[in-house]
Write a protein that binds this ligand. Structure first.
Ligand SMILES: Nc1ncnc2c1ncn2[C@@H]1O[C@H](COP(=O)(O)OP(=O)(O)OP(=O)(O)O)[C@@H](O)[C@H]1O
Length: 224
């Protein structure tokens, strides 16, 4: 679904932060992306949903060359990729349920209230459907962000340090949801620097672990 061949990226004409990246995100597979803080994990994720474009190399997403994307191609790509950002933002004046349904509203699509209720139940936020985002805990915000990321039924789910501010129990609860999504057929890519989280998840799901080091991407060894 996402293919990179010798891809490089540098911000604002600067030297390449990432270079020579060759990667295939395999359909139906669970992937981790790891590497130290500042190594470029968020940058790589942003390339995957065309928030940034490669500065060198070849990259395709769902068969489209990233260099020649039309507005319609970008809209199509964004529908097929659900993103959980590192610090999810919500519209604070709208209750949680409306925030989760926002991608449908923006796409002028009807909200299936039963499906929305099911989704909130899946992320265990039913009791917070009418809660305003500023009153949610960190774990609740992340679960709401995950629900919002999957409401358009994307093929690929990207999560950027989704457990960054959560304690271990809450982190594992969120990982469980991501694993369930993968088991239901979605391709998942989770960026995290937490190797313990990767090890715990790998006890439950077969995962490829990619590591960014020195600006390039490698497959991590079996110890991870
Ligand atoms: N918009 C930007 N303009 C210029 N430089 C940027 C921009 N965004 C990120 N960078 C730089 O690119 C490098 C990689 O950042 P990135 O956020 O991709 O790393 P990361 O691995 O996700 O880090 P962390 O684990 O701390 O979130 C950092 O040095 C960062 O300062």
């Amino acid at each position: 679904m996402i293919e990179m061949r010798d891809v490089g990226f540098g911000y604002h004409g600067q030297a390449e932060l990432l270079s020579g990246m060759t990667l295939t995100l395999q359909q139906g597979m669970f992937h981790f992306l790891t590497g130290p803080s500042g190594s470029g994990k968020t940058t790589l994720l942003r390339l995957c949903f065309a928030d940034l474009l490669p500065t060198s190399g070849q990259m395709t997403a769902f068969g489209h060359d990233m260099r020649g994307l039309s507005r319609d191609d970008i809209a199509d790509l964004r529908r097929r990729v659900g993103v959980v950002h590192q610090d999810p933002q919500f519209l604070d004046h709208l209750p949680l349920a409306e925030n989760v349904a926002l991608p449908l509203t923006v796409a002028s699509e009807p909200v299936d209230m039963e499906a929305l209720r099911d989704l909130l139940g899946w992320v265990q936020l039913t009791q917070h459907a009418r809660t305003l985002p500023p009153s949610l805990s960190g774990g609740e915000r992340q679960r709401a962000a995950l629900a919002r990321a999957v409401i358009l039924s994307p093929d690929l789910v990207l999560a950027d340090e989704p457990t960054g501010n959560l304690d271990w129990d809450m982190s594992m609860r969120l990982m469980q949801l991501l694993i369930e999504l993968n088991k239901s057929g979605k391709t998942v890519l989770v960026a995290t620097h937490d190797l313990n989280l990767i090890r715990a998840a790998k006890a439950q799901v077969t995962a490829r672990v990619l590591r960014i080091s020195g600006g390039s991407l490698q497959l991590a060894g079996a110890d991870l």
